[in-house]
Write a protein that binds this ligand. Structure first.
Ligand SMILES: Cc1ncc(COP(=O)(O)O)c(C=O)c1O
Length: 436
């Protein structure tokens, strides 16, 4: 029926999709009872794994009282969650939250707020990025998923700039950071001048690029972007849809650096997907601007009651179970494994990992860094690797040229020790099959 009736995201219709019956902890099972370890937290969202009783019970309890109340009314789950989010981000800097239903809508609304606040139109965003699939968020995205939305006209004020990917650009992390940071910031400033900084409302970036391969910015780069924003009166929007909520070992990804964005967009890990929710955490000046100006943003389900109940339970769980400390412990194990994969395998060019947000960069040839599969050019290698992993019960995703390793943050040492060797085994096969 899925094949016949469902339109499949980012795919032709009528293709096979693995039917999944149930999910628990870091696992899910198909209808034949085959078990899969969820090594990408689905789409880097099920941070606390599946069917966590604390979240399930919170949703159930809320259904008994009230499933939904419209945005114009206050409700305890919504106000409590907004306060918790402001406190988690830093109540000295941030003041209010606007709730949405997911990542794309969060970015759409952040863009609208930046335009209203600054009175400017243009939005700068990076090529190596993904911000969601709705019209505006899609235009802000840099990867190929924006093409179907590029209409020109009313959404033509999106300007893309190239952001660094040190390995692909031929540099070495920890060695060339200063040079790369300067090169990319100089180019960005020049591009701002050519576009007229007085026309630019915001620079929107993923704090750490996720769906394009967990790209860690060189030292000083994000701070440099912040400095450019300050110099030209531009707002800085950080998309923390993927890297927020302890994924990087800190409550938010930006907390790994020395800067603060003006607007933080979030989704995914706020409820771990149990009920869909997203939003914008807004700094004091922008929040206070909308105390005098009408916020021209609204959604029927903004601050959905069940979603907020799930969000409150998830945020409590992160804190009460010291997920921050646990991620840091598990990071050591995964980092050690990924570094070994770089040493051992011809097909692994680089390992990138922050917290439990990781990716292996795949190459045909380590010397030349020739990618196993070029960006934008379909080929057999990566689909083959993902299929072999799945056959062995290791579920993850990636695209041309990287394998994401982003397990649920509750994964244990024993679970890692059981499943990481499967990746090692498949990489050995890939060495033989695809490398020079
Ligand atoms: C960084 C980032 N922003 C936005 C989105 C879009 O989120 P959603 O699919 O919930 O609209 C994604 C989705 O993967 C993402 O990774």
């Amino acid at each position: 029926m899925h094949k016949d009736y469902v339109m499949q995201s980012w795919s032709k219709s009528g293709v096979d999709a693995l039917p999944i019956e149930r999910a628990q902890g870091i696992y899910f099972w198909d209808y034949d009872g085959k078990k899969y370890a969820d090594m990408a937290s689905l789409l880097v969202c099920s941070n606390l794994g599946h069917s966590l009783p604390e979240i399930v019970e919170a949703i159930k309890a809320q259904t008994e009282k009230m499933c939904f109340m419209a945005p114009a009314y206050a409700s305890e789950p919504k106000s409590t969650l907004a306060k918790k989010l402001v406190e988690l981000a830093g109540a000295d800097t941030y003041k209010r939250v606007f709730f949405t239903n997911g990542g794309a809508e969060s970015n759409e609304n952040a863009i609208k707020m930046a335009r209203m606040y600054t009175g400017r139109q243009k939005i700068f965003s990076a090529y190596r990025s993904y911000h969601g699939a709705t019209l505006g968020a899609s235009n802000a995205s840099g990867d190929w998923r924006r093409f179907a939305s590029e209409l020109g006209g009313s959404v033509a004020s999106f300007v893309h700039f190239m952001n660094p990917q040190m390995y692909r650009d031929g540099y070495t992390r920890g060695v060339d950071d200063a040079e790369v940071t300067k090169k990319y910031l100089d180019a960005l400033e020049l591009q701002l001048r050519y576009e007229g900084p007085e026309n630019v409302a915001a620079i929107m970036m993923e704090t750490i690029v996720g769906a394009n391969g967990v790209i860690l910015p060189p030292d000083g780069y994000m701070e440099g972007v912040r400095a450019l924003c300050d110099k030209y009166g531009i707002l800085m929007i950080c998309d923390e849809v993927m890297c927020g909520f302890y994924r990087t070992g800190k409550p938010f990804g930006f907390m790994n650096f020395n800067f603060k964005p003006d607007i933080i967009t979030f989704a995914k890990g706020v409820t771990c997907g149990y009920v869909q929710l997203g939003g914008c955490i807004v700094c004091k000046p922008v929040a206070e601007f909308f105390e005098d100006h009408v916020l021209q943003c609204g959604l029927t389900y903004s601050g959905h009651t069940l979603a907020c109940a799930a969000g409150n339970a998830a945020l409590d769980y992160y804190k009460d179970h010291d997920i921050e400390g646990h991620v840091q412990e598990m990071h050591v194990i995964v980092k050690d494994f990924m570094d070994k994969m770089v040493e051992k395998h011809k097909c692994v060019g680089e390992a990138r990992l922050i917290g439990l947000f990781g990716a292996l960069e795949m190459v045909k040839n380590k010397e030349t860094r020739e990618p196993l599969q070029e960006y934008g050019i379909p080929g057999p290698a990566m689909p083959w690797i993902f299929a072999e992993l799945k056959k062995r019960g290791f579920a993850t995703f990636g695209r041309e040229n990287f394998i994401e390793i982003c397990p649920p943050l509750i994964i244990t040492k024993e679970e890692l020790e059981e499943y990481l060797p499967i990746l090692d085994e498949v990489l050995t096969l890939a060495d033989e099959k695809f490398c020079d």
